[in-house]
Design a protein around this ligand. Structure first.
Ligand SMILES: NC(=O)c1ccc[n+]([C@@H]2O[C@H](COP(=O)([O-])OP(=O)(O)OC[C@H]3O[C@@H](n4cnc5c(N)ncnc54)[C@H](O)[C@@H]3O)[C@@H](O)[C@H]2O)c1
Length: 380
């Protein structure tokens, strides 16, 4: 490789050394040809140090890949000392806005876990800031990175499938009580929300991405049936999309943790599709208007576009988000799960909650701001 083609490594600081932080660290390690981990940040410094130690024990080559990692207890201490090219934010959702705002205002690009924020106006602010500063926000909307999703999205953009009647999103991502009990922020209105805001927001985002449209109104209901927490463990909504199609959403954590499902159905004039994940494995059933399976055509196109490596890498969608962001930082494109997807999904999901709270249809965008914490006391 000539010197001209060698690109400098992008420095990355990871804020939040918890459950999903491991997937990020693993992805940063996998992308070590382009990324250099410069800092780990966690309010609990012992957790941050143990997090890296454990990772190095499990991945022997990580010691040489991560030679100069500094530790900080917060974003302010980090930014006083350095300005990383990328800040990855994997803290409880209620802290996303504050940390993302500080990082992007300091000139960093961001990889931000979902949901973008807990308040509509704050999501809009981050989106506007991203546009104004030219700094990217790549969202942790992992479903957009599953195989074939980009091809389907392109088909709907070019109206290859004709008019859409409706879609249906089912998220049955079971979590037992121990999951909610392991950290005080889980299942609270202020910092997390329930099955819709946490487990279903990126599924609703995928539906909007596939159908190439966003919701303009919603009616919904929430319930808390099995789990002991502040927020809902089941929510159901009917959304009307800008293109006139309906979208039905079911999101729950009340199902079995050993049978996770996130599935997506779309019916259009010229075909239908059922895609998603069941027990960790993707499934695809794409049919033309006569009901004939055309899934293989999509497999072939995906393979041609991404090669076998690309298909294998899709098992780790967080890694693909990093790869996408690296390319975007270098060539100026927008990430597949961009700042707008973060803002629009928060706007839509908070409208779902608002409809349940106010027992009425909510237009999107609404006439006033909404904060998930406005749901406080809903189940009292
Ligand atoms: N995209 C996905 O597939 C996916 C999956 C799981 C979680 N998530 C999202 O990731 C986020 C974190 O979830 P988790 O399950 O890893 O949580 P977690 O509780 O396991 O980890 C959070 C970590 O952040 C630290 N922390 C808390 N406040 C902080 C602050 N102000 N500054 C620095 N560190 C702080 C905690 O000490 C903890 O180590 C949530 O927003 C969640 O919705 C996304």
């Amino acid at each position: 490789m000539s010197d001209e083609t060698v690109k400098p490594l992008l420095s990355v600081a990871l804020i939040g050394c918890g459950r999903v932080g491991v997937k990020h660290l693993n992805s940063i390690f996998k992308a070590k040809d382009s990324l250099q981990l410069c800092a780990l940040v966690d309010t609990d410094i012992i957790t941050a140090k143990a997090f890296l130690e454990k990772f190095i024990i499990n991945n022997r080559k990580a010691a040489s890949a991560f030679p100069r990692v500094k530790f900080y207890t917060g974003i302010d201490a980090l930014l006083l000392d350095m300005t990383p090219d990328i800040v990855a934010i994997t803290v409880p959702s209620g802290f996303h806005y504050e940390i993302a705002y500080r990082a992007i205002s300091s000139g960093c690009h961001i990889l931000l876990e979902k949901p973008m924020t807990m308040k509509t106006s704050e999501a809009k602010e981050l989106y506007d800031l991203s546009v104004a500063t030219g700094r990217h926000i790549a969202m942790g909307h992992i479903y957009r990175y599953l195989p074939i999703m980009g091809l389907i999205h392109q088909d709907f953009i070019s109206e290859k499938w004709g008019k859409i009647s409706h879609g249906s999103v089912v998220v049955r991502w079971g979590h037992d009580q121990a999951y909610y009990d392991q950290a005080a922020w889980r299942g609270t209105w202020k910092l997390d929300g329930g099955a819709l805001m946490n487990q279903s927001i990126h599924a609703l985002d995928l539906m909007c991405y596939l159908m190439n449209t966003y919701p303009v109104s919603v009616v919904s209901q929430l319930a808390k049936r099995f789990r002991n927490m502040e927020a809902e463990d089941i929510g159901a909504a009917v959304l009307r999309m800008e293109n006139g199609a309906l979208c039905v959403l079911e999101g729950t954590t009340a199902t079995s943790p050993s049978d996770h499902e996130a599935s997506f159905y779309i019916n259009a004039e010229l075909g239908s599709l059922r895609v998603g994940l069941r027990k960790g494995l993707p499934f695809f059933d794409i049919r033309d208007k006569k009901g004939k399976k055309v899934t293989r055509k999509y497999y072939r196109e995906e393979l041609k576009a991404k090669g076998l490596r690309g298909i294998i890498d899709a098992k780790n969608p967080h890694y693909l988000i990093y790869r996408d962001l690296i390319n975007c930082v270098r060539n100026g494109d927008d990430p597949i799960a961009d700042a707008r997807s973060g803002y629009k999904s928060v706007e839509a999901m908070l409208s779902v909650y608002r409809s349940a709270k106010e027992h009425r249809q909510i237009d999107i965008p609404g006439d006033s701001d909404f904060d998930l914490n406005d749901m406080s006391g809903y189940f009292n």
